[in-house]
Design a protein around this ligand. Structure first.
Ligand code: CA
Length: 226
C-alpha cells in the first residue's frame, strides 16, 4: 500500500497538480486548501505532511508545531514563495525535514518526497517488498500478517496484529487511546475506548517480550531499548 501523504496548499491549481503527480507515483494523497481543516486531521498521523507556509487562517508554521508535538518523527516538507531564506531557516528550526522554494517543478517535489520517505521508512514503500519489522526477537510481517518469535508463530487476532504493528511502527512514542482508535479501529468506530485497553491486555500476554507501558492519564508507549 502506498504511503499516506497529507498536502496543504491554498493555491487550488497547484494543489490539484501536485496531488496528481504524487498519486501517479503511487502515494495515497489527501489534500487541504486551508490550515484549519488540516489542523483537525493531525491525529490521523499520515506518513508525510507537505505544507505551504502562507495559508489563510492557520499558517504552515502553526501546523508544523502541532504536527511535531503530536509525533516528533512525522516528516514534513515545507513549500514557500515568500522570503525564502528566512522561511527555510524558521522551517528547519521548527523541525521541517525538507524545503522547496516556489516556483518548483512538480517532479522535483516527487523526487524529494521519494528520497525523504526512503530515508525515513527505508524501502518498505516499494510495493513488492514485504514490510517486516524486527523487534526483541520478534519478526512481524505486514504482508503475511504473521508474528514469529524465533521459530514459533504467534496466533493473534486481526486487531491484535494491527495494534502490535502500529505500536512497533511508533515505538518509544506516547500514543493516546484516541490515536489508537483512529489508526487501528478507524474513524467509523463508535464503541467504547475500553476495547483498546482490553486488546492491549491480551496483546501483552501473547507478546510478552515487548514492553507496552501504560502512561496514566494519556495512553500507552512501546518502550524499546537498543
Ligand atoms: Ca499559499
Amino acid at each position: 500500500m502506498g504511503k499516506k501523504i497529507y498536502l496543504v496548499e491554498d493555491e487550488k491549481s497547484l494543489n490539484i497538480l501536485l496531488e496528481k503527480y504524487l498519486q501517479k507515483e503511487g502515494y495515497e494523497v489527501t489534500t487541504f486548501i486551508d490550515g484549519k481543516t488540516a489542523m483537525s486531521k493531525i491525529k490521523d498521523m499520515p506518513d508525510l505532511w507537505i505544507l505551504d507556509i502562507m495559508l489563510p487562517g492557520i499558517d504552515g508554521y502553526e501546523l508544523i508545531k502541532n504536527i511535531k508535538q503530536n509525533n516528533i518523527n512525522t516528516p514534513v516538507i515545507f513549500m514557500s514563495a515568500r522570503n525564502e531564506e528566512l522561511d527555510r531557516v524558521v522551517g528547519l528550526e521548527l523541525g521541517s525535514d525538507d524545503y522547496l522554494s516556489k516556483p518548483f517543478l512538480p517532479r522535483e517535489l516527487v523526487i524529494r518526497t521519494n528520497k525523504l520517505l526512503e530515508r525515513i521508512y527505508g524501502n518498505e514503500n516499494l510495493p513488492l517488498k514485504d514490510n517486516i519489522l524486527d523487534i526483541n526477537g520478534y519478526r512481524i510481517s505486514k504482508n503475511q500478517r504473521t508474528v514469529f518469535c524465533g521459530e514459533t508463530e504467534l496466533q493473534l487476532t486481526n486487531k491484535e496484529f494491527e495494534l502490535l504493528y502500529f505500536f512497533v511502527e511508533n515505538k518509544n512514542n506516547l500514543i493516546s487511546r484516541e490515536q489508537i482508535l483512529i489508526n487501528v479501529w478507524g474513524n467509523n468506530y463508535f464503541g467504547s475506548d475500553r476495547v483498546v485497553d482490553d486488546t492491549i491486555r491480551r496483546l501483552r500476554k501473547k507478546v510478552d517480550g515487548i514492553n507496552i507501558e501504560t502512561v496514566y492519564g494519556f495512553g500507552y508507549k512501546l518502550v524499546y531499548k537498543l
